[in-house]
Each structure stands twice: as C-alpha cells, then as structure tokens.
Design a protein around this ligand. Sequence first.
Ligand SMILES: [Zn+2]
Length: 685
Amino acid sequence: MIATYPFSAVVGLDDLKLALVLNAVSPRVGGVLVRGEKGTAKSTIVRALAAQLPSVDVVAGCRFACDPAAPDPDCPDGPHDPGEQRHRRPASLVELPVGASEDRLVGSLDVERALTEGVKAFEPGLLAGAHRGVLYVDEVNLLHDHLVDLLLDAAALGTCYVEREGVSVRHAARFLLVGTMNPEEGELRPQLLDRFGLTVEVKASRDPDERAEVVRRRMAYDASPEAFVARWTAQESALGERILRARALLSGGVVLPDARLLQIAAVCAGFEVDGLRADLVTANAAMAHAAWQGRDRVTEEDVRVAARLSLPHRRRRDPFDAPGLDEDLLEELLDRHRGDDDPDGGDTPDTPPDPDGPGHQGDPDPGHNSQPDQGEAPGRGEAGHNSQPDQGEAGHNSQAGQRDEPGAEPGPDARDEAGAGVVAVAGVGAPYRVPVLKVPGLGAGASGRRSRARTPRGRATGARVPHGKVKDLHLPATLLAAAPYQKERGRTGAGLLLRGGDLREVVREGRESNLVLFVVDASGSMAARRRMTAVKTAVLSLLLDAYQRRDKVGLVTFRGRGAEVALPPTSSVEAGAARLRSLPTGGRTPLAEGLARAAEVLRVERMRDPDRRPLVVVVTDGRATAGGDVDAAAGLLRGVACVVVDCESGPVRLGLAVRLAARLAAEVVTLDDLGTVVREHRKAS
Ligand SMILES: [Zn+2]
C-alpha cells in the first residue's frame, strides 16, 4: 500500500483542515460537507485526516467493529464476552461510491434464508465498515436521494437499521461523515444540507507561490511517497497528539459560558436559520475549537470560527442564492451580542499575550512549532510562513477589514457576455409555478418527481418472480405460489412449507427524474416587443420546477449563425439560471441548428446516462430565418418527447410554432399556458 499523503503537508485549504480537525476532536460536530471545484485535493486531505485518527480496539472477529470495552448490545455478531480476544487497528476510512445499492450501504438481510431456513443471515454493509472511522462520499450531491436519507439517518442516530419483511437487524454505526460536491453539478436538498455539521467552500489557490508549493510537494510525494512521508513524521505525530489532547480536554469538560451561548443563539437567529440544529452544531464546534486551542473555556473567537463553518449552508433559502456567509453581518451580530458577564471576554486567559495563542492555533498544522525546514522546501507553504499572521483562520479573524473572499463573491455577471452591437441582454422576472411537463410512457430512470416509471420505492402495482435475490417480498403472491405444492412437499402441520422458487417480489411504480433539455430561440425576432424577458422568466420557472423534481437540465440556445450548448446537462439549477440571466439576444434565427445541436447533446447524454429519459422543451416562435432545413433537423429528434413553448404573440399570428410541434410530434403550450397555473394557484389559496 502506498503511504498516505501527510495531513500536515497539505498546503492552504485552512478552513477545510480546521473543519476536519474539529470533527476529529469531537464527533458531535456532525461531519463536513466540502463544496468546491474539481481538482482541489479534497479526497487527498480526507484520506490524510483518516490516517490521523487514533487507532481503535475492536473485538476480534466482530464484523461490526465492536469496542471490547463497550460492545454494542445489538451487535449481530454478538453478544461478546468481556474476555473475548481483541486487536488494535487504524480507524477505518470507507468510501461510499455514488452508484452503490441500498444493500451495499446498509447491509443485506437474506429474506430467502430467513423464510426457508429460519435463520437470520445478515451481510454487513459499508455503514458497518465505517463504524468508529470515516465515511467518505465523493460527489454526495449525485447520490440517490434515498441513499442520502439512509445515510443521514444513520449518521444522526449512530445506528444502522435494516428491516426486510418484518425481519430486522440493528447495529451501531457512528462515523465521521465527509461529503464532497461540485455545486456546478447540482445541489443537495436544503434539508439534507442541514444534516451536515459544517460546510467548507474550497477553491484552488490563486496565489502562484502557493500553487507552486502544492505542485512541488505533490511531485516529491509521487516520486517517493515513503521518503516524503518520512520527512513529515514529526509534524504528523504532533498533530495526532494535539488531537488526542483536545479530545481529553473536551471529555474533561470545556465550559461554554452563558454569554457565549447567547452569542451563538443571537448569531443563528440573526442569520435566520431554521430550527435549533444550527445552534447546537455551532456550540459543539465552538467547544471543539476551544479544546483544539488548548483551552477549557469557549471564547468569542471560538464562536466566530464555529459560525463561519456551521452557518453558510443553513441560511440558504433559495437555490439561486449564492453560497457563503456575510462576514460583515457575522461581525455585527457578534459585536451586538457580546455580553459582559463572561470574565474571559473574547480573550484567552491562560496562553501567551497573542490572543490567538502560541504560534497560530487556528492553523491545524502543528508544524509551526518544529523546524520549518524539513528537506524539500516546505518553507514556501504554510509551514514556513507560520510566524506571519496571514495564514489560516487566525489571519482572517484578526483583520476583519481585509477579508475579501466569502460572501463578497459577485454573482454571475450579465455584462461580461453581452458583447456589443445589436445584441442585448433581457432581464428576468420572478419565477412562477408551471404545469408539469412529462415524458409519456413508463420509464426506469433515477427516481424523481416527473414522469411515471418503475422505481424501487413507488406504490405497489403487482408481483413478479424476482431476478436474483428478493428484496421487496410480495407476501400474498408468495403464499399463493407456495399453496398448491403443500401436499407434495409433505406438509403435515400448520406451517406453510416455502421453497426459494415460491418467492415473489413487488413491482412498484413511482416517478423518475428526467433530462430536461431547453432549446431556446435567442434571435432578434424573440427580442422584439420585449418578449425575451417573458421567455427568460418562463424558462427560469421551468428550471426551478426541474430543480424541485430532481431533474438534470441542459440549455441549448440558437441565434445569429448557429447554436451553442449554453449549459451541458447538469443537476445544477444555479448554473442554468446564471447562464440564462446572461443570455444575449439578437441576430437571425437558425432553428435547424438549434434542433440539431439538441439531438447531439442527447446522443452523448444517452451514452453517459442511458436510463434517463429526455424531455426537450423548444422555446420558440417557430420562425427560421437562417441555417439548414428544419424538417431534417426535426427528424433527428424523432422518438424523443418534445414540448414546444409557443412564443408567438401580437395581432397577426403565423402559427409557425404549431407547425414545428407537428413535425416534432410535440405538445404545444403557450407562454400564457405556463403562467396560468400560477394565477389559478393564487386564486385557490
Ligand atoms: Zn460486535
């Protein structure tokens, strides 16, 4: 096995390192959600942290990692005797792949054996493997909704519970949950966001020195992992010891003075977070931070650090809001609710004069105390700069005025892309509720809330002989299948004799999510009569609807000389909304190119995600003043469910969009139709 990259050697990413460390100090912090672009070493650092967690003692032979000192009373491999053999092993790091099945995650209960042999056979899943370690989910936003629910339930309860047809198994599953996501590829539902204790936004550094140092260390590591790791041994063991010390401090009791608790409550209230979970997480994180800093009492600085990590994802109300936390508001709230009954104020009493303590405590890198020069120039990165207060959270916090990253990020800017000439960028109105546009027929795609489909969790519509192991037993059908053979199986008593072949499983029907591909005419004719604002608002409303229905969305636009994919298929509505806001309008109308480009997008997407059925929404007045043959292009979309949103308006109507719809075998709705629902909805309420 290749040596794990040392945690201390990770350059930058101070917030992420701190969030992970706080979780290592206190399991009550509740995990970390890492949001950020690809290629930011997210998984390297998570693996590095796992290697830093203290080893665990486990009962030998127990597949559920029972602690010999306190074995799980429900352990399926138990009960364990106090004298049973034990061994020590590193804390586990389990990765949950996005495509995992439910059985893989929670374990599988063999219903067939339970029914036919009368034994409870349970095969542990990944949750059992992660017990007392780390569960890492890369791209958690792409994980099936249902799996996310199971995962977060287990994380919240510390228990994995599996039930199949009345047979149930329960075992302890306490783990540090770390999820990563690229928000460009889709958001988590807000209620699920809330279940992660902390969130961190990561970005590759824009500082050339720092980037160079990242590459330098990476190359050194790749060239010789063992030698590289050996150079960081001192820092790594110092870090491990510091985590242990902090844990000990915390279990000995860190005081949360009333003034600080009130401050936490005021900050949470000020950011208008729902419920009290945020307060609890912030309090736990603040206590963990105090312990990490070697203090037994929470200070204002701990509250600040905790709030910056625990609140950003909880205050989001609208999928179109930008992430991040308004730091000015945070300072104002802290200031206004400082209180005065805390003798410590915001300072640390028992550490050197520097309010941030020795070295710089905010930096989870403990390397600052040892010599920074460990062979291959760690002097460039944080280790070398430790004496300067410009690294890590210590730098952020002490100089409120110089903060420039989070919160202040400008939104997607329309002006950048508008260009000059006849091209204009129309505004977007407030989105409204739209009627559900569906793909006809019965699909088998990922579950969602749009079109009818066979899904694992819909309502039962029948029974069938299972392919492979039965998961969802249809009891009446199973009994009916067994009944005719009772005599020949030699039944004499009351119990029914079942054989494997009798088993039937439930056929279910629910809703799937789809790929909704918008093909939007952005030509000059649409710009006329200020129609584009209405069109953009309609598309934005449809996008919001797609977000709520868990669809993937894509956006093809056409104008001037051709068509472009303004948004490749993604689950990120934010990205779609941003592209739409800045979408320029003007020029001629190459309708055929728009349709052909849509067909191409679908062809690629079919390879990538074959079960997801597409719905093409063509937003146009039907006019084509440039480009190729519309009939031929429409033919490329044969067999694909299409809807034409007819944007024609004015006293003289040509009915071109209706004609296009006929060629596409598409349903036609008008902009007015899309808006009607909201009016009726308002009337009704
Ligand atoms: Zn056990």
